[in-house]
Design a protein around this ligand. Structure first.
Ligand code: PRP
Ligand code: MN
Ligand code: MG
Length: 189
């Protein structure tokens, strides 16, 4: 039987390491937003894991903190960003006006997704502020200048999957982040 884990060349960030770091970030956020309740906005689909773990670690959690999601996708089934980012809000955009938004991402790669989202939230939705939490920062691949406010780990320029990160929608379920064996994506490119 073939398991997802058979496709992983090596583990880059083990489960324990991710949880320890996400917990630190959650506590930091709770502290930084103690007097301005944030709207935590997870970017689907990749951020579903980190978003859940992050808000659970916001302790003590500021009163008024809310959680919602926005869908953004650009990759399709390739390993390269298409550069076109589709945004779909999962909430009434009017409710964002005046809120302190904390965007939660699994990874910043070219920076296109977060640049588009940040502009949308600031200009169209009139958020009071927009901060970015990115579990992984793949700086080498940046095409537009974009700096995350909170970064979990710097990420090498490898094709990483797991803990929300996919290749062709698969591998998101893995509890760790690993590098995909090249033979597992070569035939699909
Ligand atoms: C991935 C990842 C980030 C984005 C980063 O999402 O989850 O959202 O790409 O890339 P960028 O910095 O080059 O824009 P993807 O578009 O694959 O959608 P998904 O989250 O549904 O997998
Ligand atoms: Mn994504
Ligand atoms: Mg993807």
């Amino acid at each position: 039987v073939r398991h997802l884990s058979d496709d992983i060349a090596y583990v880059l960030f083990p489960e324990q390491q991710i949880h320890a770091r996400v917990q630190q970030l959650g506590r930091q956020l709770a502290h930084d937003y103690a007097d301005r309740a944030p709207l935590v906005l997870g970017v689907l689909t990749g951020a579903f894991q980190v978003c859940g773990d992050l808000v659970r670690s916001m302790d003590p959690c500021p009163r008024g903190t809310t959680v919602n999601f926005v869908r953004a996708s650009s990759y399709g089934s390739g390993t390269e960003s298409s550069g076109k980012v589709a945004i779909k809000m999962d909430m009434d955009s009017k409710l964002i006006k005046g809120r302190h938004v904390v965007l939660v991402e699994d990874i910043v790669d070219t920076g296109m997704t977060l640049t588009r989202l940040k502009a949308h939230l600031t200009e169209n939705c009139e958020a009071a502020s927009v901060a970015i939490v990115a579990l992984l920062d793949k700086r080498e691949r940046r095409k537009v200048e974009l700096e995350a406010d909170y970064v979990g780990f710097q990420c090498p320029n490898e094709f990483v999957v797991g803990y929300g990160l996919d290749f062709d929608e698969e591998y998101r379920t893995l509890p760790y982040i690993g590098v995909l064996k090249p033979e597992c994506y070569a035939h699909k490119l």
